[in-house]
Design a protein around this ligand. Structure first.
Ligand SMILES: CC(C)(COP(=O)(O)OP(=O)(O)OC[C@H]1O[C@@H](n2cnc3c(N)ncnc32)[C@H](O)[C@@H]1OP(=O)(O)O)[C@@H](O)C(=O)NCCC(=O)NCCS
Length: 199
């Protein structure tokens, strides 16, 4: 039987190490995401119950939705020994599309770490898994997130008014998308090291 390809391998960039998320990362992520500013424009609040987070991470270690249609991919982003945040992708295998997300602690903001980690993940999703399109949903008030996706080459394709409701207000959402071919053409020498996966 052929070996199952590693769909969530370790990745690295010049400054960062992206570790595949496992249950043992729960304590470092409780610390990395403790600041409520990280959750201003997304539902939820900082994880404070390490055991609950450990269970959630353990569940996500399957890397697949129960029906097998989607891959759940999560990386913990490290600079040296410090966990800075997370980058995530839900890959719809039939559509070859990945919905991407990212959350970093405020100490990591403004230094290009999120862009660098996202570039590594997008490069892997395309080159390693054959993803052809990336999609991001973001709250219209989230200027930092908007700048990030635009710097990566995403373009706004939709606006969903009243997409969600959290923290006492309505969340309107921009939908941004990016063709993986366009992304890889604009990043000819990816700052990335990963073992080939192939599905
Ligand atoms: C969205 C989020 C990840 C963006 O983080 P960020 O730090 O603004 O993004 P980057 O890592 O790309 O860094 C951006 C800045 O670092 C600078 N930068 C880029 N490369 C750099 C480098 N090598 N050295 C130093 N600075 C650098 C850039 O100039 C950029 O600033 P600019 O946009 O004013 O030009 C962060 O705000 C966050 O975690 N927010 C909370 C969670 C959230 O809302 N997630 C999104 C849900 S949709």
């Amino acid at each position: 039987m052929p070996a199952q390809p590693d769909v969530n391998p370790p990745l690295s960039t010049p400054r960062l190490r992206l570790e595949p998320q496992v249950a043992a990362h729960a304590p470092v992520m409780v610390a990395a995401l403790a600041d409520p500013r990280s959750y201003l424009y997304i539902p939820g609040k900082p994880p404070s119950d390490t055991e609950a987070l450990r269970r959630r991470f353990a569940h996500q270690e399957s890397r697949r939705s129960p029906d097998g249609a989607n891959l759940w991919l999560n990386w913990i982003v490290y600079s040296g020994q410090t966990a800075l945040g997370t980058v995530q992708a839900t890959v719809q295998l039939a559509e070859r599309t990945a919905a991407v997300a990212y959350v970093f602690g405020p100490e990591a903001w403004g230094q290009g770490y999120a862009s660098e980690a996202m570039r590594a993940m997008l490069t892997f999703l395309h080159a390693g898994l054959g993803v052809e399109k990336f999609v991001a949903h973001l709250d219209t008030r989230n200027a930092a997130s908007r700048r990030l996706v635009e710097r990566l080459g995403f373009v706004q394709t939709d606006l969903i008014l009243g997409a969600d409701r959290f923290k006492g207000s309505v969340s309107d959402e921009y939908v941004y998308s990016l063709s993986a071919a366009v992304f890889s053409a604009s990043s000819p020498t990816p700052p990335l090291d990963f073992p080939p996966a192939g599905l």
